[in-house]
Design a protein around this ligand. Sequence first.
Ligand SMILES: [Zn+2]
Ligand SMILES: [Zn+2]
Length: 410
Amino acid sequence: MTDRPLYNTFSKEELNALLDRETFERRTLSFYRYTPIGDPTSFREEIYRLFAGMQCLGRIYVAHEGINAQMSVPEPETEHFLGELDKLPGMKDMPIKWAVEDDSRSFLKLIVKTRKKIVADGLEDDAYDVSNVGRHLTPEEFHRHSLDPETLVVDMRNDYEYEIGHFNGALNLQTDTFREAMVRALDELGEQKDRKILLYCTGGVRCEKASSWLKHHGFNDVNQLHGGIIEYARFVRAEKLPSNFTGKNFVFDNRMGESIDGKVISHCHTCGEACDTYTNCSNDHCHVLFIQCSKCAEKYEGACSPHCQSILHMSEEEKSSLSHEVLSNNPVAGFNNAAIRRRQFEVENTCTVNRSHAFLHDKKTAPADDFPRRQNPFSSLLLYKKQKYQDGYTPSLWPGWNRVGGTDRW
Ligand SMILES: [Zn+2]
Ligand SMILES: [Zn+2]
């Protein structure tokens, strides 16, 4: 028997056409559980067959440590799906998080992958006790504590998630991956071992690890938002409370975000207009995740920069003469960081929005101490980013700035 039935082989267009023809609605949901799975490969095959048979779509990771799933389930199959999930070993009484905004288009296909870990923390299995988790707070409890100025709210997600929405006053760890965030959290929280710490992430799966990691390092009052922002959003809607989370909750499917309070707190990386729509650069060699408004998407044909736009119009022959670094608009090999890249674009375009302009303009008069110590193509950008935080863009809890992707402290 071949394993073909276990993989989806349609193109994106074919998959979209299939969704167009569907006569039922879909519901987007997610769940996770840390539970020992002895043979992730055979478990993967079992759930692939089962879920594909119900026309479920989504992305599921299976590892020895458990399961993490984001899915789109046909509305008529919902009860059947929940019943079958319940019968699987280790999956009984799974807490399900339902999306608050749904267009039945969150996923185009079903992907079930085995992974070393369901959430990559970059640490050895025995580095800390993942079962010694922090206190789970209900959305109501989290809401109440997050309004207390004495508590420290920490966003365990990535910088690009924080940018479009976050809890008011939350600490942004300014990282691109969870493994960086784990290291950075210790750095940033420092000696505040007795402070009440409130962790949150999208659905809660990252906080399970982050809270045990902080407890392992001697933090005494570690709390986490049970069910993540998704459950919090449902809670404030149901209770008609003013949300302490402002903006959009970034989600890892085609929707790329669920609006929580209807506010747009981020800006188009190209022109600076208020915008919270993420997209990937249309230059496939670059593909960087960035925010772009519809006007700029049209003007730059979905490219992140004039450079990437020019790549779009090159012949295959022209492209073959260029290095990967040039094609991917990535001047430093392996340095692919949206947060830095969008600032590169702003400078290329002498963007006059937000604080960067004033700062770049002021560069001549800035005190010598403020200048970067290293000489590289990103110097001014790195410095600008630092300035942005000193400017009070994020809460003053932020004590300094670490170079992303390295260990240098400024
Ligand atoms: Zn724009
Ligand atoms: Zn690009």
